[in-house]
Design a protein around this ligand. Structure first.
Ligand code: MN
Length: 286
């Protein structure tokens, strides 16, 4: 099932090139009051929402998905986690051009750095676009498979990791190159794009074997497969949950392959992840 959030926070079921308005299914989320539980209420109640979607979809209004404004499919994550340098050829390209990557030191492997956090305020959807800041510096695209956590996960093992995943999405981990901490350079407003929808995990049986491609305009910039991940999806869930409790709706951007490069005002970024879908994101100056 592909679920999206569109227009004025409508809930959508993606059906081919159309979206069915299944906003009524949000009634399956129990009413809440302060203090809110950790995590995204929709993802925390995804099984109940899915059952309600199945019950009402026959009578749902339909419109072309191209005619709606797609927002981040996760509205209220507890956190957005990034995996640094998780493809060997991306480590190699960074070491070949350390000046552009803001360091004179050797760039090491993912185990050396640990995961990083991207501010929740940076999270947007496909049709919100990316608004560039610090345009005198290099602003790069990083196309990534994004994992959406489905239930609370504290120090879980690789063998159990799959049980804690709700589904997948495409992530753009937009980045200003330079010397600051990743939590600064990758947390600018609009620098975490998620979408165009969430696809539930039952439709992606092999997340560690998905083609990933990214174009800027007509130019193919990135082309790899998630079987090149150094820490694969299950290992990332284990690793991240060894540091922080993961909550429903938490996003793990799994890392980007080689081919990262700059974008500028007026560009369109297109990223495809096999089985998950295709995201098209416009870039402007803030
Ligand atoms: Mn990244």
């Amino acid at each position: 099932m592909k679920i999206c959030r569109f227009d004025d926070d409508r809930l959508g079921l993606v059906d081919g090139d159309d979206v069915l308005d299944v906003t009524e299914a949000l009634d399956a989320i129990p009413p809440m009051r302060w203090p809110l539980p950790q995590g995204d209420p929709l993802i925390a109640n995804l099984d109940a929402v899915r059952a309600r979607i199945d019950a009402i979809k026959g009578g749902a209004a339909r419109k072309p998905i191209a005619s709606v404004h797609l927002k981040s499919p996760v509205a209220n994550p507890n956190k957005v986690i990034g995996a640094p340098v998780n493809y060997q050829k991306h480590i190699d390209e960074a070491n070949a051009d350390r000046a552009s990557f803001g360091t004179s030191q050797e760039i090491k492997g993912i185990d050396h750095y640990g995961p990083f956090l991207k501010a929740n305020s940076s999270l947007v959807g496909q049709d919100d676009g990316v608004a560039l800041r610090f345009t005198d510096r290099r602003n790069d695209h990083e196309g990534e498979l994004a994992v959406i956590i489905g239930k609370t996960a504290d120090r879980i093992s690789i063998g159990d990791a799959y049980d804690y995943i709700a589904g997948y999405s495409i992530g753009l981990d937009m980045t200003v190159r330079g010397p600051e901490d990743r939590s600064v350079r990758k947390s600018i407003d609009t620098y975490s794009v998620l979408g165009p929808w969430l696809i539930t995990k039952d439709e992606v049986p092999e997340p560690n074997h998905l083609d990933l491609k990214l174009w800027v305009g007509e130019e193919l910039r990135q082309e790899s497969n998630t079987d090149n991940l150094i820490y694969n999806v299950e290992r990332l869930v284990e690793w991240c949950s060894s540091f922080y409790t993961l909550y429903p709706g938490d996003v793990i951007m799994t890392g980007t392959p080689e081919g990262v490069g700059p974008v500028k005002d007026g560009d369109t970024i297109r990223c495809t992840v096999e089985r998950v879908g295709e995201i098209n994101v416009k870039v402007r100056n803030a």
